[in-house]
Design a protein around this ligand. Structure first.
Ligand code: PMP
Length: 440
């Protein structure tokens, strides 16, 4: 069978033009490596899209899923599968303590879609949702409308109404042209003004650490301040932990870094470590109680799918058994140090930022911090130098997820030092090409 031909002609390539797609045919994976049909091995240095948190081939998780498949593979969500109670019980032990009720779907997109609906039902007649420019929240109507990056351009002007943009805490390129700490966290304080001017604001949604758009770690004051502003203005605070949750930062959830508690927490990816599709919308007790007498007009056939739910307690057990939170902290320190060393040696490295096993290398092509490309390039189907370097890395057997001018380094949480060295060494090799461009 000509796999490549069938894939190209009969399946969709998403997020870029179909033309020119040359898929690598992947056949198997183990640990932190995956293999193509020629037997070539690739180090997964980004956990794919920051989601394969436990690596590949974890037998405990696979067995829990198999067992569920063999006992009850499906029941419609108006019944109460035992595994649904077990999953909720397991989640209550690791989620921020404000979160007490869960809606289960099958993706981060759906988790956010539900969060929007819940916020609007609960805060009616308020309906506006604040979201940042540099953000990604999903690909369907509501979640792509919340998304601030270039992807929303494809659907504008037909996006959901009521989305109001707020600035991001992106100190390397401050949208307000200020400097931390003299800025007095103006990007958060400005949100108070926006809420008061807009009125009818139901909620604010943020990725605690912006993910796809370049692992933007906010200054330490930002999240507690934003949380407080939401509370004072009586709007809901939604933490989109689709990417930042599940040990990625060395905490169960990134909000734990600042000790803040959201009203709604959405998550997916690491919740099943990507052994099965899952999306979770967790809400506070107050919000949960509202729906005692109000209908949550929402749901899917595959909502609370038993096989997806079976992964949750098993994955939580594995995070604990493997002591992954401490492992991430230790490996994160090592990875961070190795990446920061790159900054000293490579003129094209503009910024290194991250926490735990969640890092970005942002590349610049001159001393004015000009990026190697923008989302505009992707929109127009052009490859940036960073796209080209990512392809080179693949040739070297290292997969790294990249944006137009940055790499996202987010390996499976089980990674060890030798594997980290393999990934960083390969990146260091290709950075020489970026340096040459800088010096031109
Ligand atoms: N929110 C964030 C922060 C994400 O990173 C993503 C996926 N990259 C999503 C939502 C959407 O999740 P999914 O792709 O599972 O629909």
């Amino acid at each position: 069978m000509d796999y490549k031909k069938i894939l190209k002609e009969h399946t969709f390539k998403t997020w870029s033009k179909q033309k020119g797609w040359e898929p690598i045919i992947v056949t198997q994976a183990r640990g932190v490596y995956f293999y193509d049909n020629n037997g070539k091995r690739y180090l997964d240095f980004s956990s794919q899209f920051v989601n394969v948190n436990l690596g590949y081939g974890n037998e405990k998780v696979i067995n829990a899923i198999k067992e569920q498949l063999e006992t009850l593979q499906y029941i419609n969500p108006s019944f109460g599968a035992e595994i649904r109670a077990k999953a909720a019980e397991a989640l209550l032990q690791v989620m921020p303590k404000t979160i007490s009720k869960f809606f289960f779907s099958t993706s981060g997109t759906e988790a956010n879609e539900a969060a929007v609906k819940i916020s609007r039902f609960y805060k009616k007649p308020s309906y506006k949702i604040l979201a940042r420019y540099r953000s990604y929240h999903g690909s369907t109507e509501a979640s792509i409308s919340l998304t601030g990056d270039y992807r929303r351009w494809f659907v504008e002007p037909n996006t959901m109404n009521g989305v109001v943009r707020i600035p991001e805490p992106y100190c390397f390129r401050c949208p307000l042209k200020l400097k931390y700490p003299d800025c007095n966290i103006a990007c958060a304080n400005y949100v108070d003004y926006i809420i008061k001017q807009e009125k009818n604001v139901a909620a604010v949604i943020v990725e605690p650490i912006t993910g796809t758009n370049g692992v933007i770690v906010p200054p330490k004051e930002y999240m507690p301040l934003l949380r407080q502003i939401a509370k004072e203005n009586d709007i809901l605070f939604i933490a989109d932990e689709v990417m930042t949750g599940w040990g990625r930062t060395g905490e169960w959830f990134a909000v734990n870094i600042w000790g803040i508690e959201p009203d709604i927490l959405t998550t997916a990816k690491g919740a099943s470590a990507s052994y099965v599709p899952i999306g979770i919308t967790g809400v506070s007790k107050e919000i949960g109680e509202f729906f005692e007498d109000n209908i949550f007009a929402h749901g899917h056939t595959f909502e609370a799918h038993p096989v997806s739910l079976a992964a949750i307690p098993a994955v939580i057990e594995e995070y604990k058994r493997l002591n992954l939170l401490s492992h991430v902290k230790a490996m994160g320190e090592y990875l961070g140090k190795r990446l920061n060393d790159l900054k000293d040696r490579h003129i094209s490295v503009g910024d290194i930022r991250g926490v735990g096993l969640f890092w970005a290398i942002e590349l610049i092509k001159d001393s004015k911090k000009t990026p190697f490309g923008d989302y505009e390039d992707k929109y127009n189907g052009k490859l940036t130098l960073v796209d080209i370097l990512a392809k080179k890395l693949l040739e070297k057997g290292v997969y790294v997820y990249n944006g137009p001018s940055w790499f996202i380094i987010s390996p499976p949480l089980i990674i060890n030092k030798e594997e980290i060295d393999q990934g960083v060494d390969a990146i260091e090799e290709v950075l020489k090409d970026a340096d040459k461009e800088f010096l031109k």
